[in-house]
Design a protein. Structure first.
Length: 322
């Protein structure tokens, strides 16, 4: 279980990141590609990425594992990819032996390349830089407008949620297993990790690629700055259309998920939603799970049927963002 202990000062210092960061999103994309959850949403995207990624990105998979608990030097908080690649290289002399041992233990391949990297071997670092650049050009660069759209829509939605319902509701909506025990924010999934913020507060960063529990890391301000909480954006990248959104609600939820919420002004079953929207039952389940986690719909069983309906918050969102 993740447990983050807040003081009053921490609660007063919770803000949102101003923009997505290319190297962070690249790391999250490569992590998402290796995961197997959220198949109804990410399945086709994973298949396409697997066909498009060049073989030279293979070393990255030794560093970026599916659980997202990865070495931070390879995902610097840089505003451009060029700055990010330079920051990765500059981090080389600062890497510790303890880090190396931990990464080798988690890597799927042999540790020889990692040992060369930690040993400041020039060829190994050129290989890492080439892999990062190649992966960025395939996975991130062509889709940056959609990544920004997902980020901005999530921040706009949660800012509104924060204003209407407070910080506890805002943070609890970042994951279906997230809640509060007094002043402790917790997410009931392994591994166990507890942290105090020391009055520094928290910087919130949604990612359209991340699908796991919220991740806590040191923030862009460095070791003396705010901690960063990365969480799944309400609209994952595969649900964002290639063109501009038709309205604020589409920008936030994606067209299909917005359509699900609109239909749930009247109570419907999972099967009825699938029929009315001409989508699969697993896809409906993914959409309703996320809408439910955000507090926009409720779900209950009636015999064999699963009934969904919009909450007051969901209706309010429809009225304000249609």
């Amino acid at each position: 279980m993740l447990r983050v202990h807040f003081t009053t000062e921490d609660l007063l210092n919770v803000t949102f990141a101003s923009e997505p960061l290319p190297m962070v999103e690249l790391a999250m994309a490569l992590v998402a590609w290796q995961r197997r959850d959220e198949q109804a949403v990410f399945g086709r995207w994973r298949s396409r990425v697997g066909q498009e990624l060049p073989g030279r990105i293979r070393p990255l998979l030794d560093l970026l594992r599916p659980d997202g608990d990865n070495p931070q030097f390879v995902e610097p908080y840089s505003r451009t990819v060029e700055e990010g690649l330079a920051a990765v290289r500059e981090a080389g002399p600062l890497l510790s032996v303890d880090q190396l041992d931990r990464i080798i233990a988690r890597a799927p391949g042999p540790g020889s390349w990692l040992r060369a990297l930690w040993g400041q071997d020039r060829e190994a670092w050129e290989q890492l830089g080439g892999a990062l650049r190649s992966a960025y050009e395939v996975v991130i660069a062509p889709h940056w407008p959609r990544i920004r759209q997902s980020f901005q829509a999530d921040v706009a939605w949660r800012t509104r949620l924060l204003a209407a319902h407070g910080i506890k509701a805002c943070l609890a909506s970042t994951h279906p297993r997230a809640d509060w025990a007094g002043s402790v924010f917790q997410v009931g999934l392994p591994p166990d990790y507890a942290a105090t913020l020391g009055g520094r507060g928290l910087l919130l960063m949604p990612s359209p690629f991340w699908t796991g529990r919220p991740l806590l890391a040191e923030g862009p301000e460095g070791p003396d700055g705010r901690r960063l909480l990365m969480y799944p954006a309400l609209t994952p990248l595969p649900l964002i259309g290639p063109g501009p959104a038709e309205g604020a609600l589409d920008a936030l939820l994606g067209r299909t998920r917005a359509a699900v919420l609109q239909l749930l002004i009247q109570q419907r079953t999972t099967s009825e939603l699938a029929r009315d929207l001409d989508i699969s039952l697993p896809s409906v389940s993914e959409h309703t799970r996320t809408l439910r986690a955000a507090g926009l719909i409720t779900t209950r069983r009636d015999g064999k049927a699963v009934l969904h309906s919009a909450t007051g918050l969901g209706v309010d969102l429809l009225h304000s963002g249609g």
